[in-house]
Structure formats: structure tokens, C-alpha cells
Design a protein around this ligand. Sequence first.
Ligand code: LAN
Length: 728
Amino acid sequence: EEEEVDNGGIVANATGTQRTDYSRWRLQDESGCQTWHYLQSDEEIKEWPQSVADKYFLGMDTGLPNLHPAKKPLEAAQNALSFFSHLQLPPGNWACEYGGPMFLLPGLVITWYVTETPIPEPYKIEIKNYLYARQNPKDGGWGLHIEGESSVFGTAMNYTTMRLLGASAEDPRLVKARGLLHQMGGAVNGPHWTKFWLSVLGVCQWDIVNPVPPELWLLPDWVPISPWRWWIHMRQVFLPMSFVYSKRWSYPLTDLTRQLRDELFTQPYESIDFLAHRNSISPRDNYYPKTWLLNTLNWVLVNIWNPYLRTNSLVQRAENWVWWLIQAEDKNTNFSNLGPVNGPMNMLCCFIKEGPDSYSVREHRKTLQEFLWMKGEGMLMNGTNGVQSWDTSFLIQATVEAGFATDPKWKPMLTKALEFLDHQQIREECEDQHKCYRQQRKGAWAFSTKKQGYTVSDCTSEGLKAVMMLQEIPGYPELVSEERQKDAIDVLLTMQNASGGCASYEPQRGPEYMEYLNAAEVFGRIMVEYDYPECTTAVVTALSMFTKHFPEYRKDEIFAFKARAVNYIRKAQRSDGSWYGSWGICFTYAGMFALESLASVGESYENSERVRLACKFFLDRQMEDGGWGETYKSCESGEYCQHERSQVVQTAWVCIALLEADYPDPEPIKMALRMIMGRQKSNGEWKQEAIEGVFNKSCMISYPNYKFIFPIKALGMFAKRYGNIDLM
Ligand code: LAN
């Protein structure tokens, strides 16, 4: 293949596919705000050398040395930590690709297009490369997530993205994708969010979009279905979406969008009855079909409410209130926004309301960069603006658990990590906290950064535990004071549901029957908060650890909280001994947490039927090579689905579970750890296997650092219990 050199190191192969020069990419991390930069001049390149972490993320050779082959668990853990320590970033945190969902880039790219935001050439090239790399080879489409089968959502949205980034409709890969899209009935069969984005782009007419009435925000707070009671991700997406819907704002037709009108449908654009397709949806996209209740409500909104009852003054009031809430979200997050869906949408609202060159639009343009990530396949959009606090907390805990924290070799690394958590603890409440329905947050940790600033029950717990674990070791500075630890506890104590369980960002605020109004079609369990064994366990263990240090602080409340929480864990166990996981795949993940909860109140294999049943559930599923492996189908179906190959991460989870349970026979755990050690590379790393995480039952998301964190923890726990014995 002939390669032609362009400026900026961009090359094109014979088929015209371009590629940037990977040695020019750099990840910048300023207090956890991560952005990727493509260096243009030789001078810049000299001044800002590429780090090992950059190279690793880009899939380049890191040059890290081969290590002494591990025979014992702690040797394997040391080797892993040696490798992983090189990936720590200057502020002290770890980072990684946080991809998986395939519906995020389209929202961003459509927003860029309609707000006429210039897209740097290297970004354009590498986003296309990523989407080509993730196109399903079988049928040419894209799914909801990287491992999912092709759907209209994935295919219509990513096809559109490709075209907006300059890919030709005649490119054989796009021809194939279009063929599949037509086979699935075209974009009219997409879910609600496809119809929304394509209407924004001016490729669909707004009649095809099921109602997103901003008026709902005028409901009094006591109404059980008031939006402030919904799961925060849904209400924060609904918010800007309702603003745009209310205005029926569309980008003026361009040559390109005119072409897309021809390409995305199976019949001529002019002949499509958009209103009639409101409820059209392909079976592949219809994970959670709309209920009769929602369909009726939509019918009333379209046929009665909108034409006859929706007065101008009502619309004005609703839009004003919604706009106020959008601004509050922007202000409270410094334009980071809660996530990758409402971020672009909020920017679009600012564009509509304040114009293309307003301060708000310019700020959004900047912060949206923080969602992008470069890897060997190209550029993708992360599920959050990073995994900073979460992964850093876990790494600290695994390292302490393995007994490495007292080793001078790891002290600088761990001190840096502690400094990071110190900086990232949220120190004050939001402005207008109650008016914008925000949960208490002073003392909390977010999943990513303090700037994003959203309390999460388990992120706060894991952050607090990591801090306490290090600070009690002589030689580590006390950075997070007693008072600030108590602030974290104050937040946690607000997070319990009536059931005793804990949810994610807030305690459950609305009734579970709200799920009848789930309009997204592609996701399950999204409308309100639920109980999660994972989150509940994290809070329980944080409270326990805290009580050891400060036995008197809010003693009775903590005691009662824990009792209720563990009771919930007991009740959530299924009759086969398992727990369903909501944020990791799936039973192996939740089981690890649940058994940790039970262990924390003294329930183990020896004294608890429940724990024995849980161990049996796992042992019945151990694979021949000693490992465990379940596929993402477990999350979708609610039944354990064996993977064809065992998985390092899930195997580590089960080892931890069995060790927490004090399972009496070490043999199955040894076998599992041998499998894990056997897969370790000579430089200490493990290679990426199947996807690890999930949200809303149907969408998977990658946690690439788990393949370091959990094996280190499992190996360390084993050595603590059985000694650092030869395993290989
Ligand atoms: C996350 C990521 C982290 C995750 C854990 C901390 C692991 C969990 O225990 C609690 C929930 C939380 C914070 C979580 C919630 C939902 C998120 C933010 C995500 C799975 C990452 C991406 C996802 C978000 C909803 C993606 C955007 C999609 C929409 C449907 C709005």
C-alpha cells in the first residue's frame, strides 16, 4: 500500500483511509481534567515527550521491562503493580478508556455540526477510524454497545456520524451499513433518542418524536411522578431534551443533510408520514417496549394536549423554568455536566438560547473535550468524563489489602494517590441546592472529579475507605481531616432507601411504577433509583471502617443503618444463592459485594446457610481451567450466561467472594489464581478480555483497569489467608 505524507503527520492508505501519527498524541491531566492533544510542531513534540501511559493507551509499545516470573501470589501482584504504577498520571490518579456505549459519539458530533463547532482534523480522522474499527464485520452495522448485535439505534446514528465527519456514502463500508439499516426498516424504526437527534439535525420531522413535554417540570413537587423524583440521569437528559422539543428546533437544511434524508430511509423523504412512525421500532431496539400506559399518555399529549390545551403562557413558564435548571446544572458542574448525553444537549440549549458565540457555548465546547479518549483503534467518547476517583480508590485499597502500602517502594505512588483523593473530595454544597433538587454532597466523592461534583453512594464510600486505609498507616500524611471524614459519613447517612438498600446518586425519590413511563425503549430500570447490592455493600463497609476510628460519632444511626442495609442484602439474594449485579457483569460482581457485606457482620461459610448457598452457586459454575466467565447476556436476561472463555476479572471477583466467605477449601481458589497468573504477561500486565461493566441492564461499558485492580486484590487476600505459597 502506498502511503502519502501530509502535514501534521497524517497519512492515507490506498483506499483513502487516513491515520494520524500516534507518536504525536498526548494525554493532559490537570487536577483530573483529562484531554487529548495532537501536537503539530517538532518543537512541541520535543517539549512535551510522550509518556509510558500515553503509549499504553495508544496501543504502542511501552518498552516496560520483563519482570522476574511469578511463582507466588504476592510476586504476581507485585509484577502487576509494577506495570500499573507506570500508568499513574501526574495528579496521582489513574485513567483509562471508558468506552462501550455506541450512542454517545453521535450526540456529540450532531451537536458539533448543528452548532457549527469546528472539528480538528485529527479528531475527525480518528473518530472515523474508531467507528470503522467497531463496525460489526458480519453485517456492517453498529449495536447499542461494542459487543452488542447491530441495531437501528447504533447503525442509523453512527452512519450519520460518519457522514457528518466526511465519510463518503459510496465507501463500501458505509454502503454495507446502509444496506443493513434499510433491511431493518430504516431510521424510522429507531428508538426515541434516534428520532430526537435526527430531528435536531433536520433529517427527520419533529412529528416522529414522542412527546417530551417541559410542562412536566411545572408539576408540584408532591406529585409522585414529578421529574425531580426520577433517576438523575433520566431527568437530566429529559431536561434539555424537553427544551429543544418544545422549540422544535432543527438545523437548516444543508446539502449533506439533504443527502442523509435520502440515505437513512427506505422510501422517499417526501412520502414519509413522520407522525405515523412515532411508535415504529425495530425488534432489535425494543429491549423495553413502551407500556400501554405510556402509549395512551403519548396519544393524549399528541392529539389533545399539544393542539388544544398547551397555551403559550404555559409553554413560556415551562421553558423558563427548564432553562433556569439547565443553567443551574451548567453552573454547578462548571459546564462538565452530569454525563455524556446531557452535556451535548445542554450545549445545544445554550446555543439556541444564547447564540453561537456566547460564553456558555464556548465553555461547553471546551469541556466536551474531556469526554473524548484516544486509543489504538481511534477516538471514542467515554461514558463519563473519566474514572478518576473510582479507580484510584480501588487501586489504593487493593494495594493496602495486598500489604504493599508499608513497602517504601510503593509509598510515593500511594501518597500521590492519596493527594489526589484529598483534592477531589467535594467541599461544599451546590448553589441553590434545594431549588435544583441536588442531593447533599459536602464530603462526598464523585465517580470522576470534584468538578463534575455528583455524590455517588459507593464512590464516596470507596474514596473514604481508601483515605482511611492509607492515613492509618504510619508514614502517610493526614490529608483528609477527621472533620472531612465525618462530612463523608454525613452524606452516606442520607443515602439509604426505605428497603434498607442504597441506590446510586440519591435515595429513591419516586415509586418504582414510574418504570411504566420509560420511553427510551433501549434501556431497562432507568426511571427511578433502585437498591443495589454493590452500592449498599460499599456504604456498609465504609461505615464499619469509620466506626473503628470514631466509635462515638452518630453511633446509633450508623448501627441502625448497617443493620437495615445487611438485612436488605439478605433479602436480595435469589433462591439459587446469587445476587444480580447492576453495574458490573453480573452475578460474579454482585456476589463479591454481597459476601463482603455478610462477612462484615460475621456471616461466613461456617455459620451461614446463605453464604454456603452463595459459594455453591459459584463453585457449580467454575470452569475447567479454574476460572469463571459470564457474558453480558446475564445482565440482559437476568440468568447466569456462561462465557465460552473464562475471564480474568470475573475470576478475581469470585476469588474475592470466596475469600470473604471464608470458604474452607483453598483448592478451587488456588486453581483460579493459577489461571490468572498463567495469563499474566512477562511485563506484569494482563491483556484486555471481554467487557466488564453495565448500566440499565442492556448497555455494556468497559472498565479496563479492573484487570489490574481485582487480580492484585485477590492475590493479596489469598496470600494473607494462606501465606505467600508457591502456586505455579
Ligand atoms: C456509571 C459509572 C459508575 C457507576 C458505579 C459507581 C460503578 C455504580 O456503582 C453506581 C452508578 C455509576 C455511578 C454509573 C451510573 C450510570 C453511568 C453514569 C455509569 C454506568 C457510566 C455511564 C452511565 C450513564 C448513564 C451513561 C449515559 C447514558 C444514559 C442512559 C443517560
